[in-house]
Write a protein that binds this ligand. Sequence first.
Ligand code: HXC
Length: 302
Amino acid sequence: MTPPGLAQPPPLGASALPPGTYDGRVVVVTGGGTGLGKAIATEFGRLGAAVGIVSRSAEHRAAGVAAVEGSGGRALAAECDIREPQSIATAFDAVESELGPMDVLVNNAAGNFPVPAEDMSPNAWRTVVDIVLNGTYLCCRDLARRLIPAARDGAIVNVGASYAWTGGPGFAHSAAAKAGVKNLTETLAVEWGPYGIRVNGLVPGLMPHEDETAAIAAVPGKYEGQDSRVPAGRVGFPRELAWAATYLCSPYAAYISGHSLVVDGANWQRRHTVQPPFTPIREQLNRPPFGESTGPPKGTSP
Ligand code: HXC
């Protein structure tokens, strides 16, 4: 008989921190209108924060604002492409003029799609690295340049991926960029500690949500028996990541900086005593041999 696995978490709507922990605080979540970013924004709102939802898409921004308001929080949408420093400055200015000075930044926005490395175009590589690594750095930099001259404390959480440690076959661009994000987190935590700014990483495990992009959703077998694919015996819930984000940015984590917290039920440490047969990435993605393909499919996700 299969053992029961890890316990179910408290229900959606429960908070791990005291009510009002973020009263009077301003939190910005990039990509806060969809999926895990929306769940994180919602939990900050539930704890009293005013939340800036920063995203390229008006539809996503509206969804993020509605989610935060639904949890009792106050929210503002600001258009932003995190690849562009001026776009970040404009968005953060808009948040600050409406909600007040920023205290917390969650770098959640990302771009990703599965592709064998040899099929990837130079622009595809550049695009993902630009969003994930450069965008994260530029947002961190912008916030630090607001906090440091004003002698204000702050907290940053950079959303990562466990393939930052292991490599990520099929996701060479994203894995390399997330490795950069983990390393950047460690550097910035040291550089900015003296200014009262904490910088941590937060890594989600398998946490299905309704906003997964078409390219990610199209990975063959992705949704088959997900609970049985993790040692926990169950998938994670977005709120479990969100609780960790609100903790990491709270006063209760005042001595935690430069750490990357993995919330995946130990899935990334799993090993078989004898590994299952190896399947090359082209086969996993149902790709014909290199050279026979007419080129990678275009991304269909927003
Ligand atoms: C191969 C692709 C592709 C695909 C796009 N490209 N999709 N190549 N396979 N499925 C190529 C394009 O052909 C183009 O190269 C280049 O990438 C840039 O594409 P654009 O569509 O012009 O870029 P842009 O409009 O800026 O969109 C960026 C995007 C898009 C990353 C492609 O999907 C996006 O914005 N996604 C945001 C949301 C997202 O991806 N979330 C997932 C995060 S999940 P050429 O050479 O043709 O010009 C995550 C962890 C998941 O990060 C862990 C999974 C296990």
